[in-house]
Design a binder for this molecule. Structure first.
Ligand code: NAD
Length: 559
């Protein structure tokens, strides 16, 4: 095992095992075991133990990585709570990084809910109490003017993906201040596990602008900047300094904005998306995963996208992001923008959004049609949507009446209940299949178990953003993208739908198996990378074989 000058690990055929570190000094003994990037723990061979001064520091038996992985999963399964599983895995990540990623990759469906939602939500809430190992990078208003210098403290020189939050809207949990750091850490683990982004390329950032959460401000253990949130021009200036400092220090880095309060999320995205390599996963990633699911659903119903009429329940950031991307998709299919907008309808808490609705926000205006005001059920009867998408956060609002109505209008109604967590879903998978008598093409935001109905097995797909962001990130860094235009998310959505097999569609599933995530991310990366070359948005000269180039970029945690 040899490291090059940037500390990348190469597997060598040679028997000679020397570990070089950046400054060309050799690591030996406990220093090898303490280095998460190179330690193999009980997997070091007898020869390696001899050469690295490890004899006596490890038990006699030599475990294969598979055996170690088995030991890890046994330990995880022994722990009863999600948060204990998380703490165990997090410690493994700091001890033996390759074993951590190998385990997460090989047990992704089981471990995704541990390293990300729902457990990560609990982790963020408990952050100040379970804090153990220093991970990630924290910036506060006191660092104003120094952010560039501060970034020099980060030990890696070649950062390629940054996930940054200000902790203001963590999942559905509101303002968690600095405790939101669990989100960038978790997301970046998924960039590596799902998209093969090298762990040393990843930088989790907490822009700790304070918090308006009084409970946190009063909490004695709170680790964040203990002041009210920075707002207005001061907030914008700190964001701007951060973005500029990243451009200077890590010019190849993709910046992913995560869990910002909706108005700030849109403002920041619109300010930087044409100038800097960045995107917002809550808006653009969600949109791509939902559109990809709809494309797959239409493979089941055998209909074309331009013939659909889509109704959203909930007119917040998720639904609006999805609708905005759908407009672009319809325009790409030949419709005029006005025609595309007419196919998309929104119902919010006070009923159908129409021109006369009072108090509309700017993002609602394009979808406020000239139509009579009415409630949700009447709107379904009147508008007759073919696709119903729930992003309201409101449990149970897709009632039996709603699902039956959709089934009376459509032979195969497409019903997506995207609200998280499972307890907030607009309807359950079982309800959708039962009430529609097995006709609904259903997907959800949170996972549901397979449903047996009338002799058939339906496997509901989960519209998880993890299907999209690792592939986008891999494409961006593989071609050294300049920016990511909206069309990138259309390409990713279409490729996601292509990745689903007929055998999945036969069970009503509109998302591919999570166990295939590496392949899905790779294929999305290839499609997006080709698109970026077509748009002249890649800084790197196009390699002769793009697929091989991207494959070679992918991190393999096997020893
Ligand atoms: P948001 O707060 O911006 O929007 C929610 C909207 O729903 C608001 O406009 C609210 O007024 C409306 N609403 C609330 N109750 C309603 C009701 N009973 N009837 C009609 N409208 C109602 O939130 P958001 O960020 O848009 O997220 C919404 C939901 O979507 C959340 O549960 C979130 O977990 C989920 N989501 C899922 C995915 C995914 O599946 N990949 C991604 C992002 C968000």
């Amino acid at each position: 095992m040899i490291l090059d000058e940037t500390n990348h690990i190469f597997k060598e055929k040679t028997d000679i095992c020397i570990i070089k570190i950046k400054d060309h000094m050799e690591k030996r003994g406990v220093d090898v075991l303490k280095d998460k990037r190179i330690s193999k723990s009980t997997a070091f061979t007898a020869e390696e133990k001899e050469q690295m001064g490890l004899r006596g520091l490890l038990p006699y038996a030599i475990s294969s990585q598979d055996k170690q992985k088995q030991r890890v999963i046994e330990n995880i399964r022994r722990k009863e709570s999600g948060i204990e599983k998380y703490i165990f895995l997090s410690a493994l990540q700091d001890r033996n990084e390759r074993l951590f990623y190998k385990t997460v990759m090989d047990y992704l469906p089981e471990l995704l809910p541990v390293i990300y939602t729902p457990t990560v939500g609990e982790v963020c809430q408990q952050f100040s109490h379970i804090y153990r190992i220093d991970k990630g990078f924290y910036i506060t208003p006191e660092d104003k003017g120094d952010i560039s210098a501060l970034l020099d403290n980060w030990p890696e020189e070649d950062v390629r993906v940054i996930v940054v939050t200000d902790g203001s809207r963590i999942l559905g949990l509101g303002d968690l201040g600095c405790n939101g750091m669990g989100i960038p850490i978790g997301k970046l683990s998924l960039y590596t596990a799902g998209g093969g982004i090298r762990p040393e390329y990843c930088l989790p950032v907490m822009l700790d602008m304070g918090t308006d959460n009084e409970n946190l401000l009063e909490e004695i253990m709170y680790l964040g900047y203990p002041h009210k949130r920075l707002k207005g021009a001061e907030y914008d200036e700190l964001i701007d300094e951060f973005i500029m400092s990243v451009q200077e220090k890590f010019p190849k880095a993709l910046i992913q904005f995560e869990d910002f309060l909706t108005p700030n999320a849109y403002k920041i995205l619109h300010r930087y998306q044409d100038k800097v390599l960045c995107f917002n996963d809550d808006i653009q990633g969600t949109a791509a995963v939902a559109l990809g699911g709809v494309y797959s659903a239409l493979r089941i119903t055998q209909q074309s996208f331009v013939d659909q009429k889509i109704m959203f329940l909930g007119a917040g950031s998720a639904a609006t992001g999805i609708a905005d991307l759908m407009v672009k998709a319809l325009v790409q299919e030949g419709l005029k923008e006005e025609e595309a907008l007419q196919k998309l309808w929104f119902v919010d808490i006070n009923g159908l959004i129409v021109k006369s609705t009072v108090g509309l926000m700017s993002h609602n205006l394009p979808y406020a049609h000239d139509h009579e005001a009415m409630g949700f059920v009447d709107a379904i009867k009147d508008i007759k949507p073919t696709i119903l998408i729930g992003a309201s956060g409101a449990k149970g609002v897709f009632t039996a009446e709603v699902v039956e109505l959709m089934s009376s209008i459509n032979k195969r109604p497409v019903i997506f209940a995207l609200s998280n967590p499972t307890s907030n879903s607009e309807c359950t998978a079982e309800q959708a299949y039962t009430w529609s008598k097995g006709q609904a093409v259903f997907a959800s935001g949170s996972p549901f178990a397979p449903v047996h109905y009338d002799g058939q097995v339906f496997i509901p797909g989960q519209g998880n953003n993890v299907y999209i962001f690792p592939g986008i990130g891999l494409a961006a860094i593989s071609v050294e993208a300049k920016t990511l235009p909206e069309s990138v998310f259309l390409v990713a959505a279409a490729e996601l739908a292509r990745q689903i097999h007929q055998s999945d569609l036969d069970h009503g599933t509109v998302y591919p198996k999570l166990t295939n995530l590496r392949t899905i991310s790779f294929e999305i990366a290839v499609a997006v990378a080709n698109h970026l070359y077509d748009l002249n948005l890649a800084k790197l000269e196009k390699p002769r074989n793009l697929r091989t180039h991207i494959k070679n970029m992918m991190y393999d945690p096997s020893y």
